[in-house]
Design a protein around this ligand. Sequence first.
Ligand code: SF4
Length: 411
Amino acid sequence: MAHDVVRSSLVDEQSSDTTSTQPVQHSTQKINLLGMSRANLERFFEEIGEKKFRAGQIIKWIHQYFVTDFAQMSNISGKLREKLQQRCEIKAPEVVHRHYSKDGTRKWVFRVGEGAGSLVETVLIPADDKSGARKTLCISSQVGCALDCSFCSTGKQGFQRDLSTDEIIGQLWIANQSYMEDVDIPERTRSVTNVVMMGMGEPLLNFKPVVESMSLMLDDFAYGMSKRRVTLSTSGIVPMIDKLSEELDVALAISLHAPNDELRNELVPINKKYPLQQLISAAQRYIRKDGNESARKHVTIEYVMLEGVNDQDIHAQQMVRLLKDLPSKINLIPFNPFPHAPYGRSSRNRIMTFQKILSDAGFVCTIRQTRGDDIDAACGQLVGQVADRTRRAEQWKKKVAQQNEIVRSQG
Ligand code: SF4
């Protein structure tokens, strides 16, 4: 989605990351092992005449111990260490800013190329409870995004490029490493527990690197995360939802944001290609009724609350009808206005009324907490406050206001 929406009261630390997350310098011809899944690494070792089990050992060194220097991998023979040193590297994206909030939220900005348009963001949101045990990392999959959802600051930046597997998994690698070194919090809570592919970009349009990264998240030799705690959020690339279904058992979230095609065509333009009925059918196919352990018992519906646009009772009633045959949990997201945003945030009362209609109809419906309204820190905002290139959103806002006026005047 939008893949954004959380703001935090961020305290800007010094921009350069001075921790050992900095990769060692290597020639660009070397193979970066950071983004290799176990299957690919096994193939790689076979190709260089080594045993497959080395893959598991190396993956542990990289993803559990954060070792970037092959010389420190003590259970690997000296000869192999030398071979790896010559041909390979372990290189994470460069951290150019990091921000640690008073409320526990952490945010990183990574440079993944040259120039202003080559920055991506990752946000870590701790649970809003005393234990602070749950820590959800929102990971980006692309630099910018081509889908141009009208309420999204990332969409306004346009698409730059896809992230590679090492640039995607590198975000989790750096977030986890930041906790490993944090002596101010209890040791048992020093790691990311949940991941959502909900940062910049549409993850299903960068399919292979995203799937490979998620397979590392699930791999016991790497992060060993529960499949129910790894979620891919999509704006609705229907054929790729089916493809994901064949490849991985992870949780699915749909960035819905509108309960009818006319409105969704404007808010989430990919809807013109894959309209709501197709999207809901794909989500139904994704659900698995077998196996208690499946991550696919329901889908999460993300719905950003835009004042006067998609937050009326009629929209909630349309949602009830639309989702009646889809096992789902609904997450209402108060909009975080960004500079030049053409929308406002729905009032608390409006959101609660909307929630009540859905809850009364039997849906589990939560309201996402927002943080730090004082700083423009939602995903896509720190990398550049860019002008809305299309003006389309502004035009649509006017159109919606006119329509609402007509509805009101008709009683
Ligand atoms: S423009 Fe891209 S990043 Fe933004 S909400 Fe749409 S799909 Fe997500």
